[in-house]
Design a protein around this ligand. Structure first.
Ligand code: ACM
Ligand code: ZN
Length: 723
């Protein structure tokens, strides 16, 4: 009787029907899904019938199956179907029987993950039911990965396992495990115990040792855990660069042989493995032997990115190697290095993967290229019939904030380079999202990866349509499932954005919400908090604080805006030098928009960046006016190559052609000064003019003490205030 009533309720209540439809909410969206009439009652005892190749998958499903397993009534049957591709599967949910068809364990595991996602968010003993349906599903790309950087911040073994589960849940199949870095060596190597005794630990912010590593037992456990979920673990052992932790442990393998510390800052560092010393190759080959024993994957990632050539240029051994091997320069020496390691891997039946820098000086034979500096590297590799994995910084860097890469942007990603010829498309294996952890200790990783990885899973599984709104609805329906899995997901878009408009001597500040449903409250200059409903009018310099209320997120969004009234507001700015399109601020009005840049975040959308050149701009005040204060501020963060200018000069003119210098300051900020800070340059004196110009002199090439010595530097400015 109860069942009959439930059935009636499902048939006649549209409300409950909707509830069922939102339950049929699988990410990534299956290729084909047809709803059918009827329900399968989960609360009944379920019997499993299966082909023996699916034993592991059935055990896995049983371990997460929320209801009673026995010998009666309902059936879940796993059928081997040789006609299906390796990752393809079919699910058919009938009233008393579910069939899962696959040709391999991989397909069966995908079916199980779809099944898991179909389970109702809340189980009640009497209405735990599944809508009858059929699914036929398969991926577009065979490489669907996540890079987890466990070096910049160490991540616990159980956390890595949680991510393996989450990858499987979303039908991703690769964990790219970044295990060695400047700031920490994380894999136990028996032959070289100092790699973990010394290299796994750096001086933490509190002065105490910070770090950790995975023992061989930990790694075996993780690899096995992943295998059971059909996730392939690819280790990354970085060379020749990003190797400070290894060199701190064994200084004899650098060019100088000098003792250095495990790195505590973020960036690119000049101490790398010496390419002229054969014992370096023996060292690396011995390490790789142990890595090969631990990881069954056919692939080993050897990094290859961001290796400054400064040490090699100044090393006799490296220079000798260049001469003896008829190499043109240090780029070809890098190629020699990678090729030598590639050959060693090949001898051991492994294939090398490297970041796109490995192509500088020629693409190593049989190498797979991971394209990160845009799409060009992957395209070049594919054109040369090399396989490529796409993870451009534009769409796939989940360490970036939402301002640069939001959910919609990830959803718009296409791993196939636009102008790659069709007959080369098969060389694009797929893509990865990269979770670099400089700014993401373990507890922040969830909010960076989620929900963006949902978009990535859908891109790589293969979207049949570009319907972001539909996707977003499914993401929102998916959140309760993530909550059950303990995922502290972040926002879809920058949650709070200020949009300012200056006219008639007042600012109108609009607060743009990342999601229409959000509730934002704000405060002006320590006044009363109010709920935001319409643009805020501001008549004098002020500070606004806005924050989200009623969020389910752990890190609730809060944002400040500092408004600075001055005489240049909204005036025309002529650029005598151009800003970088990567850091445009708010465009040509950015430096007279009255909005200051953040003291510690040069990516806040207010800072304008100039690469390798001066800032030289003129503000046309429309008529000759009086003013008595000129002020500019510049950002410094030497590890991002952003240096305060060498000098700042203010000039005035009445015709916009002939300028008179009124003040020039030679700055004396140390280019190596630690940390992120904002440096103001103010000149106070009475003037009268129509045109006001500032020339800030770019620092030039980074000094020899800098990790990227010799590279051009950045100059960042936020506002030209005229009072
Ligand atoms: C990279 O982001 N350096 C691969
Ligand atoms: Zn050397």
């Amino acid at each position: 009787m109860i069942r009959f009533l439930i059935l009636l309720t499902f048939l006649f209540s549209s409300c409950i029907k909707n509830q069922i439809n939102t339950r049929v909410n699988i990410i990534p969206k299956p290729v084909k899904l047809n709803l059918k009439n009827g329900i399968y009652d989960l609360s009944k005892e379920t019997k499993f019938i299966f082909d023996s190749i699916f034993t592991n998958e059935v055990e896995y499903l049983k371990s997460i199956f929320p209801f009673k397993i026995g010998n009666k009534e309902n059936i879940i049957q796993f059928i081997k179907n040789q006609d299906l591709q390796v990752e393809e599967y079919r699910i058919n949910i009938l009233k008393t029987k579910i069939t899962i068809e696959a040709s391999s364990e991989k397909g069966a595991m995908h079916a199980i993950q779809s099944f898991r996602q179909l389970l109702p968010n809340k189980f009640y003993k009497n209405n735990a039911s599944l809508q009858c349906l059929e699914i036929h599903d398969y991926p577009k790309f065979k490489w669907r990965g996540l890079l987890l950087d466990c070096c910049r911040h160490f991540m616990e073994k159980d956390f890595v396992k949680k991510y393996i589960d989450l990858l499987a849940f979303h039908k991703m199949n690769i964990l790219h495990w970044h295990l060695t870095e400047d700031q920490g060596w994380r894999i136990e190597i028996d032959k070289y115990p100092l790699l973990t005794e010394i290299g796994a630990w750096r001086k933490g912010l509190d002065g105490k040792p910070y770090g950790g590593y995975y023992s061989k037992e930990d790694i075996k456990e993780i690899v096995e855990y992943a295998r059971k979920r059909n996730i392939e673990v690819i280790p990354e052992i970085e060379l020749p660069g990003h190797s400070v932790a290894a060199i701190a442990s064994y200084p004899q393998f650098s060019c100088t042989g000098e003792k250095i510390e495990v790195e505590t800052d973020w960036g690119v560092f000049k101490d790398i493995y010496c390419a002229g010393n054969d014992s370096v190759f023996t060292f690396l080959e011995n390490i790789l032997d142990e890595v090969i024993d631990l990881f069954p994957s056919k692939y080993i990632h050897i990094g290859g990115d961001e290796a400054p050539k400064f040490r090699w240029k100044n090393c006799n051994k490296c220079q000798k190697r260049i001469v003896e091997n008829n190499l043109k320069d240090e780029n070809e020496l890098q190629s020699y290095f990678i090729n030598r390691i590639g050959k060693y891997l090949e001898k051991n039946n492994k294939q090398l993967i490297g970041w796109d820098e490995i192509m500088e000086g020629g693409i190593p034979k049989n190498a797979i290229v991971q394209s990160w500096r845009g799409m060009a590297g992957g395209k070049l590799a594919a054109e040369n019939s090399h396989y490529a994995i796409m993870s451009p910084t534009s769409h796939c860097y989940f360490d970036y904030d939402l301002q640069s890469i939001d959910l919609e942007k990830v959803y718009s990603f296409d791993p196939i380079p636009i102008d790659l010829e069709k007959n080369k498309h098969n060389f694009i294996l797929g893509g990865e999202c990269n979770m670099w952890s400089e700014r993401a200790p373990q507890e922040k990783v969830d909010s960076k990866v989620f929900p963006r990885i949902l978009a990535m899973s859908e891109v790589l599984w293969g979207k049949k349509e570009n319907n972001y709104e539909d996707f977003l609805t499914r993401v929102e329906n998916h959140y309760p499932k993530l909550e059950k899995l303990g995922v502290e997901y972040g926002y879809e878009k920058t949650p709070i954005k200020f949009k300012s408009n200056f006219s008639d001597n007042k600012f109108e500040i609009e607060i743009v919400k990342g999601n229409k449903k959000m509730e934002i409250h704000y405060q002006v200059d320590n006044g009363a908090w109010q709920e935001y409903s319409k643009p805020i009018e501001i008549f004098k310099s002020a500070k606004i604080i806005a924050e989200e209320r009623n969020s389910k997120r752990k890190d609730i969004a809060q944002k400040n805006l500092e408004i600075n009234f001055h005489k240049g507001l909204g005036k025309k700015v002529e650029y005598n030098t151009n800003y970088s399109t990567n850091y445009p601020g708010t465009g040509t009005s950015s430096l007279v928009n009255g909005i200051s840049g953040n003291d510690s975040n040069f990516r806040d959308g207010q800072w304008q960046g100039f690469y390798g050149k001066n800032v030289d701009i003129t503000v046309d005040l429309k008529e000759k006016i009086n003013f008595n204060e000129l002020k500019t501020s510049f950002f410094q963060y030497h590890l991002s190559w952003i240096i305060v200018p060498k000098s700042v000069e203010y000039l005035i003119s009445d015709d916009g052609i002939n300028f008179k210098s009124i003040h020039k300051i030679k700055t004396d900020v140390n280019p190596m000064k630690e940390g992120k800070f904002k440096e103001p340059f103010t000149h106070v004196q009475n003037y009268s003019a129509r045109y006001v110009r500032v020339i800030a002199e770019n620092y030039g090439f980074l000094p020899k003490e800098h990790p990227a010595a010799g590279s051009k530097s950045w100059l960042f400015i936020d506002e030209f205030s005229i009072k």
